[in-house]
Design a protein around this ligand. Sequence first.
Ligand SMILES: C[S@@+](CC[C@H](N)C(=O)[O-])C[C@H]1O[C@@H](n2cnc3c(N)ncnc32)[C@H](O)[C@@H]1O
Length: 292
Amino acid sequence: MASPMKNLLTDPARYLQAFRLFLAKSTEHQSMQEFVERQLPAVIDSIGNGKSTINILSIGGGSGEIDLLIISKVQARYPGVTINNEVVEPSADQISKYKERVAKTSNLENVKFTWHEETAYEFESRMNAEKKPKKWDFIHMIQVLYYVKDIPATVRYFHSLLETQAKLLIILVSGTSGWETLWKKYGSSFPLGDLCCYVSSADMKKILDSVGLKHQLHDVPSHMDITSCFIEGDKDGELLLDFLTETYEFSKTAPPELKRQVMEELRKPQCSEERDGKVVFNNNLGVIVVEP
Ligand SMILES: C[S@@+](CC[C@H](N)C(=O)[O-])C[C@H]1O[C@@H](n2cnc3c(N)ncnc32)[C@H](O)[C@@H]1O
């Protein structure tokens, strides 16, 4: 009998392998880079006015690739100002990759890095226990809110830590992406456990409206080549399918009918388009800037 489906995060090494393959097969980071180049300067324009130190908090900073791009924009806007960049990241492996990246990046003399190997919730509990709330000039949560238990409470908590001119940046898959189509239809069949949940920028907008937090939402185009998912036995294809469904060894453990339906769905125009013989999945990102 096939083993029951389990969440991909139950195997952190396979999750990381799948996430890195996703980055290689998608324009995820290129799209974020474009956002950082074109739109972030306006977002951070006044966060450091009158400050000698700018405090940045990165939630789920991963291996730091996007964090360092963000820091470079803050440096460009506020040359010579000290930046205190703290990272809340539960994966030791990601933190060690982040440290390696910092070590080989130049122009970071005025940036102090601190890594906290913990989840967003552990950070919140630690801060509450220490009873000395620290305020931040910029907080970002990039592709991470899927992994917190209570999204409205987490967003409200981090929003409460913003300085008066600060901003909170949230990036999630967009409500216009193939993720939305796939997950709204099949999410309840995937083994989420209490490790992660599906949330898009459209859901996030509703949450922010309901708690009365002022924000702007932008859609950033992005795509992912999922052609290998349709090649039976292809190792990359299997890993990408795991990432798409958040399921450990989806190809081997999903009931055949679910697998058939998911494969069919992934080819449909609401999820993907055919381009030059490739199946290109809509990986659009939703970027949300929350005001203090
Ligand atoms: C999809 S990756 C995104 C990494 C990075 N922000 C990026 O966009 O490239 C999600 C990251 O969140 C981290 N993470 C998972 N659960 C978390 C939690 N509860 N609190 C904070 N970070 C978490 C993971 O270890 C991982 O590095």
